[in-house]
Ligand binder design. Sequence first.
Ligand code: NAD
Ligand code: 0WE
Length: 264
Amino acid sequence: MAFLEGKKALITGFASDRSIAAGIARAMHREGAELIFTYQGDKLEGRVREFAQSLGSDSVHALDVASDDDLAALTDAIRARHGHLDIAVHSIGFAPRDALQGRFIDNTSREAFGIAQDISAYSFAALARAVLPLMEGRQGAMLTLSYLGAERAVPRYNVMGPAKAALESTMRYLAADLGPDGIRVNAISAGPIKTLAAAGISGFRSMLSKAEGMSALKRNVTADEVGNVAAFLCSDLASGITGEVTYVDAGFRMMGFAEGGAGD
Ligand code: NAD
Ligand code: 0WE
């Protein structure tokens, strides 16, 4: 099949083999894409290089999305090394840990709100601006990762909820702006997956098992299942889709209520 043959794809947000970015990279590699990776902070460089190598890539670049200098340097490095880009994947989110516990109203400071918006939402617009010159004249695709907390009040997701709402809106504005250039912009809203970002969240395990019981498929999704949809959305097979949120959540969001759960 190899529906990404000849495409060059930038993958941000790899932190471990469990990262959603890892599932996306595996799927895109399988479908023939040439991969370019970024890492945040020196501690992650080795891990990202090792993973990149396992997928035939040695194009690995530092990127902290809080830094405009990093973003500018990334554009230059990709241009020098690869000439152009077809796909850019934004798989980055962050809020101060203290804000992801207890009640939203108690634990959402002005500072935490600003950080969550900057790193989790604005950074998609900043990344899009940085890679746009590399996509000029190509049928490019950009993708970001969201979560149901954007549109529903999920306990303890707190300040990340408004950040994901802003991210989904940012995605639509980018899709509107870049549509005339033939560049598509989409989001995947993924069900909960036990990645590093999730591991430190108190109560995450019980949330995983509740989500499993309430979903239509009676299970959670994997990073590789998200990866397959990401590869599709960034391929020419999805040439008619832009500005959309696609749910990869084992049929959690669409359920009214589930039978067989607690209380039956
Ligand atoms: P992860 O911890 O594996 O990945 C998060 C990544 O964000 C890390 O690689 C980290 O280095 C990067 N990051 C954080 N701050 C950064 C910065 N300033 N500059 C550059 N990179 C930065 O976790 P994940 O679950 O794979 O998260 C990836 C995306 O998927 C996030 O946007 C997250 O909100 C979203 N998501 C996760 C789940 C889930 O349950 N795991 C569900 C839906 C959506
Ligand atoms: O978007 C996320 C996780 C985002 C995240 C995680 C962390 C942990 C470490 C953002 N910032 C931080 N900061 C840290 O210091 N998800 C969709 C996974 C997730 O996180 C939750 C969830 C789900 C689902 C937090 C509370 C409730 C549900």
